[in-house]
Write a protein that binds this ligand. Structure first.
Ligand code: SAM
Length: 375
């Protein structure tokens, strides 16, 4: 806080207010709400360490749910619509046209509401096993004026209702589950054949010592109190919480029968995966996209002298633009590079850790994504 002696007033600078008091800003203070919330369960967690018992998400103080939402929501506001959805193949277009979305493990429904607000033709079904979170999610959708297109249900990730979804989303929840493979399998069954699963997970390296940074330390603490005890409280035998990382997530996804897995984006706080039931190049959507791209290429061939001469012969106007200066980027090439249709990539690139190899029939196509590292 700053102090103005002439008026005797305490105040925040614009930057301080943005970070500490704006619910759409980074809202770093929310992390203390989560921390104070889960510390109330400390005696039970300590006991659980001794006995091997577990503690479900629903058994925590409400500050955990409210603080968790306040902490994660600003990241979704900043990234989901502007960056993460555009990083997925064809999803923005489907949402614009009116896609059906399931938001699994939706908590207080921030992500469900954000999607509905950004895409007025889309319909969203949010689900979470925790009734109190779903009650709050209902209220939030009503307050945001999207209740006619967003409905919520109390259901686990292994049992949520509906099929034929164009998009399933899961934000910071898969690693909390005792049976993430069962959840992933159910997501695959609920997706339309050309649908996409947008899976957002906490940022983590597969190499433990690479997580010893401020974000990793924060997450390991949260994981010890929240994610691991919750995973152990559910049937399934998994406790991925402790910074699952890409290799473990990829293993879960491949066991569930998905055929395509790609890191589409990342921030210092999140890994963002695009997961699809079918390998690219085999789905009708990809084939039609390939055909469109081939058609576009045919119509605007490269501007080589020979091509220009060919176009002049067929009566098409040659470009009047001055030739590009070497080293100067066009607006198009200045965009982040993202293959629209990466095509059939190599089937497998070995992870840095060594999870069990997926069976041949479940092998996952892996594209390496951006390489930005957390601070
Ligand atoms: C860290 S919170 C994330 C909530 C919300 N997606 C967000 O990003 O704000 C994890 C959520 O996973 C939910 N969850 C845990 N296990 C679940 C399960 N098996 N099925 C459905 N939801 C589950 C919890 O109730 C909680 O709401």
């Amino acid at each position: 806080m700053s102090y103005q002696p002439t008026t005797g007033e305490f105040f925040m600078t614009e930057e301080q207010a943005f970070c500490l008091a704006d619910p759409n800003g980074p809202n770093f203070s929310a992390v203390f709400l989560v921390g104070l919330g889960y510390l109330r369960a400390e005696p039970r967690i300590t006991e659980a360490f001794r006995t091997g018992a577990a503690l479900g998400w629903h058994e925590h103080d409400e500050d955990v749910f409210v603080g968790g939402d306040a902490f994660f929501r600003p990241g979704y506001v900043a990234e989901l619509v502007p960056n993460w959805i555009p990083a997925l193949n064809g999803v923005h277009e489907k949402l614009t046209a009116g896609a059906r979305v399931a938001d699994v493990g939706c908590g207080l429904g921030s992500s469900s509401v954000l999607i509905a607000e950004a895409y007025p033709r889309a319909t969203v079904v949010g689900s979470d096993y925790h009734p109190e979170s779903i009650e709050r999610a209902h209220k939030r959708a009503a307050e945001s004026g999207v209740a006619d297109r967003v409905r919520f249900e109390v259901a686990t990730a292994q049992t949520f209702t509906g099929t034929g979804y164009d998009l399933v989303t899961t934000f910071d929840a898969l690693h909390d589950m005792g049976d993430p493979v069962g959840a992933a399998r159910h997501v695959r069954e609920a997706l339309a054949p050309h649908g996409t699963w947008l899976l957002v997970e906490p940022y983590a390296s597969d190499v433990v010592e690479e997580n010893f940074n401020p974000v990793g330390r924060l997450y390991y603490a949260g994981s010890t109190f929240l994610c691991v005890p919750n995973g152990l409280s559910q049937p399934g035998g998994y406790a991925l919480g402790a910074q699952a990382g890409e290799a473990a997530i990829r293993d879960v996804v491949s066991r569930a029968g998905f055929r395509r897995f790609r890191r589409a984006a990342q921030t210092p706080f999140n890994l963002v995966f695009e997961i699809r039931p079918q390998p690219c190049g085999l789905t009708a959507h990809c084939l039609s996209r390939s055909a469109t791209l081939a058609d576009e290429r045919r119509r605007s061939p490269p501007a080589s002298p020979r091509a220009r001469a060919g176009r002049a012969q067929t009566g098409r106007r040659s470009s009047t633009r001055s030739p590009r200066r070497p080293g100067r980027r066009t607006r198009r090439s200045a965009r982040p590079t993202r293959p629209i249709h990466p095509g059939p990539a190599p089937l497998w690139s070995p992870p840095t850790a060594s999870p069990p190899r997926p069976s041949r029939e479940h092998q996952v196509v892996f594209d390496s994504g951006p390489t930005r590292r957390p601070p």
